[in-house]
Write a protein that binds this ligand. Structure first.
Ligand code: 6PG
Length: 263
């Protein structure tokens, strides 16, 4: 049976405005895939194309697999979908840590998307700042800008670390403080390596941001991000897009929010 067929059809429940619990991680992937294809239809109809910045890490892998499943891939007009990356590690595409490489394996190898619609971050280049500037030029070529002059993605998919980072925006990092450039390629002290990432103003210019958060290890941080109780604010908390912000979470990650009395 196709992977989508194995996913339990648990009914998602909105536990706070913009926070939807989807059962387990498979349920999160399925709900995210449904919203991806729904948004792709909406933007292809209204604007002729659908621009998405993809999340890296482990959580979205299941989403990409489900999107590539027989149930979902035919629902998107892949010739009009343009894929970008929210962040990338300083490794070549064939490295096991590459976000691009993961998407290639789980999605791009199985859907009819034209190669010219795939816009990889060349984060492995030694001239990282130059590569960041060139990625900014790619965004400029394909995306309209908002009233502040930042590129407007139709959808940005994001994960969240247990420390509250998102994309490669880590608390206290120069990249998080970057308020004018669209793409940053800086050394991340916490990781001991360089990352290329979209900056916070770009995340906040999006029409839609969907966070995918699963696992009990993220429950306490998710509660702080959702309730806005962290000072200074965690990077994920600072993602307050002009458009819609949605958290798709599993029951484990929602544990602390569910145990809290509603305000
Ligand atoms: C990356 C991601 C990063 C990720 C979080 C959560 O390149 O790793 O952009 O922000 O979303 O670290 O990672 P997991 O999904 O693996 O928990």
């Amino acid at each position: 049976m196709d992977v989508a067929g194995k996913i339990p059809r648990l009914v998602p429940v909105e536990i706070r405005p913009g926070v939807v619990v989807c059962g387990d991680a498979a349920g999160v992937a399925r709900e995210a895939a449904a919203r991806f294809v729904q948004l792709s239809r909406q933007f292809v109809t209204n604007e002729g194309f659908f621009s998405v910045a993809l999340a890296g890490g482990k959580t979205p892998r299941e989403l990409y697999r489900v999107l590539a499943s027989d149930e979902f891939w035919p629902q998107a007009d892949w010739g009009k979908v343009h894929l970008f990356w929210g962040d990338e590690r300083a490794v070549p595409p064939d490295h096991p840590d590459s976000n691009y490489g993961m998407v290639c394996r789980e999605l791009l190898a199985r859907v009819p998307i034209p190669p010219e619609n795939i816009h990889r971050m060349e984060a492995e280049r030694p001239d990282a700042e130059q590569a960041a500037g060139e990625y900014e030029a790619v965004l400029r070529r394909y995306l309209q800008t908002d009233s502040q002059g930042f590129p407007r993605f139709h959808l940005i998919l994001l994960g969240m670390g247990a420390d509250g980072h998102t994309a490669s925006l880590f608390a206290g990092s120069p990249a998080l403080a970057e308020m004018s450039r669209w793409v940053s390629a800086q050394f991340v002290e916490k990781l001991g390596s360089r990352r290329m990432t979209l900056t916070l103003p770009v995340l906040n210019a999006a029409d839609n941001v969907i966070f995918l958060v699963t696992g009990a290890e993220k429950a306490e941080t998710l509660e702080r991000v959702i309730e806005g109780t962290s000072q200074p604010r965690l990077p994920a908390q600072r993602v307050q897009p002009a458009g819609q912000r949605l958290f798709l979470v599993d029951t484990a990650a929602a544990g602390a929010v569910l145990n809290k009395k509603t305000p």
